[in-house]
Design a protein around this ligand. Structure first.
Ligand code: 0L1
Ligand code: MG
Length: 257
């Protein structure tokens, strides 16, 4: 794809996210390869960094078998996180600028040592400085969350907001089957297990390292990796208090307005 077209798509998607409105899917009018789509994603983030946002890590998407099957894909994707997307644990989140937000319960890692390239989950574990329960707020810039794989990659994997609960030392937890509960206004609305995240969230971290290596980058100390969701994404209404609890890891909360 030529540079001008790439920059144009990045501008369209970036502006859509800033203005909280939907746009046409790129693949409705052009063929977009996966490398093209990642180039658009990178250009969207470069625009945000040029405005002063700071890179904070990555989010993994399509980490559950159910979502891969639904999309007809057999690999995970990633999106890039910045400080403008980060929400403090317990904060009030204004949904005003978002289109059709959804929330999902996740496991997050903070990187302690640089990590890149093909690694096993056990090798990935050695680079982890901390682990936390987290939530991600998704907000596709496409009508009805309908897209092809290149569309959603270009749209930064629907990334919008995220928060992490208190970081815990990585070593003391068996992360393979942690129960997660989502409560809205004190009522349990979804339950899941960290096993839904590629069978084990450390596999998602290893996949993030692989994608970083393929992009000629590495995951750097202090960066957050959202490993993926333990349940389907849930509609996130205004005026709600959402609490995500992970057995043994604690909780993370948000109030929306
Ligand atoms: O975080 C995710 O798994 C979602 C990736 C993007 C697809 C979507 O918007 O549901
Ligand atoms: Mg997610």
């Amino acid at each position: 794809m030529d540079i001008a077209r790439l920059a144009e798509l990045a501008e369209i998607l970036d502006t859509a996210a800033r203005e909280g409105r939907t746009v046409d899917r790129p693949t409705d009018s052009i063929a977009l390869t996966l490398p093209d789509a990642y180039a658009v994603q990178r250009a969207v983030i470069e625009r945000r960094l040029a405005r002063g946002e700071v890179s904070t890590g990555v989010k993994m998407g399509f980490t559950s078998r159910a979502k891969m099957v639904q999309m007809g894909v057999d690999d995970v994707i990633w999106g890039l996180l910045t400080d403008a997307m980060r929400v403090e644990d317990g904060a009030v989140l204004d949904l005003g600028g978002l289109i059709h937000p959804r929330i999902e319960p996740e496991i997050a890692f903070v990187v302690g040592r640089p990590l890149a390239g093909p690694v096993t989950p056990a090798e990935a574990a050695r680079s982890v400085a901390g682990v936390a329960v987290a939530y991600e707020v998704l907000d596709s810039r496409y009508e009805g969350f309908r897209f092809t794989l290149p569309d959603v990659i270009a749209d930064n994997a629907s990334a919008a907001r995220y928060a992490c609960g208190p970081w815990q030392p990585a070593g003391g937890h068996d992360l393979g089957n942690i129960g997660l509960v989502v409560e809205v206004d004190g009522r349990v609305v979804a339950t899941g297990s960290s096993a839904a995240i590629l069978g084990h969230p450390l596999r998602a971290l290893a996949a993030a390292a692989r994608l970083a290596g393929e992009a000629g980058r590495s995951l750097e100390p202090g960066q957050t990796v959202l490993a993926g969701a333990a349940t389907a994404a849930l509609p996130l209404p205004r005026g709600a208090h959402v609490r995500v609890v992970a057995a043994g890891l604690g909780r993370v909360e948000v109030t929306t307005r």
